[in-house]
Design a protein around this ligand. Structure first.
Ligand code: FES
Ligand code: FES
Length: 158
């Protein structure tokens, strides 16, 4: 066991974790941030994506001990009460959600992208979301949602 300290959605947590415990399980089972999903469990589908120190990461292949001292953002931190984020709004407006299983991961990858590049090209979007698999909507609506989110945030005007 090791004691880790980290921040999730702006709040500090101190937890005892096993050496082989993965970050996704700690977030979901110990802290009850259940928005990040377990799809493949192998770093391939992106359903478990959260932001760690500004970077989108697949939390199913990160050990909780690796998150010691880090700053984590999850989908739960993207809305305040009833108020959802520009990115979440854009996904709804562009019909980029069907079953919703991939959506928390898509939104977090989008946030990491727009935080570092407020005006992404189609190629930038495709690269940033290349690790996020959606079995429902097809990727055009998702790309449009990212562009719309960029517009809402004052980036791309095209
Ligand atoms: S569950 Fe983590 S990448 Fe698929
Ligand atoms: S909306 Fe169902 S997997 Fe993407």
């Amino acid at each position: 066991m090791k004691t880790i300290n980290f921040t999730v959605n702006g709040r500090n947590y101190k937890l005892d974790v096993k050496d082989n415990e993965i970050l996704l399980d700690v977030l979901r089972e110990k802290l009850h941030f259940t928005g990040a999903k377990e799809g493949c469990g192998e770093g391939e589908c992106g359903a478990c994506t959260v932001i760690m120190d500004g970077k989108a990461v697949t939390s199913c292949i990160i050990l909780a001990v690796e998150a010691d001292g880090s700053d984590i953002e999850t989908i739960e931190g993207q809305s305040v009460g009833e108020e959802i984020s520009d990115i979440q709004e854009a996904f709804i407006e562009e019909n980029a959600i069907q079953c919703g299983f991939c959506t928390p991961g898509m939104v977090m990858s989008t946030k990491a992208l727009l935080d570092r590049n407020p005006d992404p090209s189609d190629e930038d979007i495709d690269i940033a979301l290349s690790g996020n698999i959606c079995r429902c909507t097809g990727y055009y609506s998702i790309r449009n949602a990212v562009k719309r989110a960029a517009e809402k945030k004052g980036g791309s005007q095209s």
